[in-house]
Design a binder for this molecule. Structure first.
Ligand code: ATP
Length: 279
């Protein structure tokens, strides 16, 4: 569905995305996980054709984005990190304008608007101005809008950033419904739990480079399923073990504050970079 080949973006001396290679399969829910500034937004913007790439290629459904921009644009739906709704328009009007921009015939457009409002649970609020919406409702409307023209690939840039815990969980449910419908999704996030809960495979990205790419489980197993966390010399240390027995054995040799827990993707990131994703 999506092939990214040696994709690079340079801003003067800064290489924001550095020879990125990855392939996303049909129906896959793929996550790019990395801290702020890792190059996630730049990658999504290049795939969305909003930011020109410096070099490399992006192939969507067999077509390079350098070839046929109009047909590529029809294949993708984009949900940017920042709200870019028309705030003085109602939810319905925002969707109507999008459908017209994508040249959807009136009957089909109206039918999809109803369907998307229903899917995102915004039907009751369809006539309200979006400036009066909560952060979670705005994000849901942006998803409804991105799906309206029936794209093959949905790009979600940090879909839950700025949302409170309850709105984030509701958004995860909505994204899980998309996943069960078989849509191909590329999501960026710096939330560990989000990547673990939603993604079939995860690419760890830091300073523009892809460090690792696999299922969350495989990545965690590569590092060690069990973490021993202990406090010494004024800071917290982590050691990783393949089994609880080995972790127990090691923990037994330590003094003071010791915790044994399942490893997560934050530990994987820490192991490969010495830095945390959620800092
Ligand atoms: N228009 C620009 N001009 C110059 N540098 C930029 C520009 N856009 C991004 N950068 C730089 O490129 C790097 C990657 O930024 P990017 O926004 O892609 O990261 P990110 O992983 O999406 O982080 P965030 O979630 O905070 O947006 C950063 O160092 C950023 O400062």
């Amino acid at each position: 569905m999506l092939e990214i080949i040696d994709l690079t973006k340079k801003y003067k001396k800064l290489t924001a995305v550095d020879a990125l290679n990855l392939t996303i399969k049909d129906g896959e829910f793929f996550g790019l996980l990395g801290p702020n500034g890792a190059g996630k937004t730049t990658t999504v913007r290049m795939i969305s054709t909003l930011t020109p790439k410096t070099s490399g290629d992006i192939v969507i459904g067999g077509e390079s984005i350098d070839r046929n921009l109009t047909s590529i644009k029809a294949k993708i739906g984009v949900v940017p990190q920042q709200n870019n709704l028309e705030n003085e328009m109602s939810a319905w009007e925002n969707l109507e304008v999008h459908g017209m921009l994508y040249k959807m015939p009136k009957e089909k457009r109206r039918q999809k608007i109803d369907e998307m409002l229903e899917f995102t649970e915004l039907t009751d609020r369809k006539d309200d101005l979006t400036k009066n919406f909560s952060g979670g409702m705005k994000r849901k409307l942006m998803i409804a809008r991105a799906l309206l023209h029936e794209p093959e690939l949905l790009l979600l840039d940090e879909p839950t950033v700025g949302l409170d815990a309850s709105a984030r969980r509701k958004m995860w449910d909505l994204l899980k419904r998309l996943k069960s419908n078989g849509l191909t999704v590329l999501l960026t996030t710096h939330y560990i739990e989000e990547a673990e809960v939603l993604c079939d495979r995860v690419g760890l990205i830091d300073k523009g480079k892809l460090l690792r790419l696999d299922t969350p489980n495989n990545l965690i197993e590569e590092v060690g399923k069990i973490t021993v966390e202990y406090f010494a010399d004024g800071k917290t240390h982590e050691e990783f073990f393949p089994t609880r027995e080995k972790a127990n054995e090691y923990a037994g040799s330590l003094e003071g504050d010791v915790r044994i827990r399942p490893s997560n993707l934050e530990d994987v990131f820490l192991k490969f970079t010495n830095r945390r994703v959620e800092s």
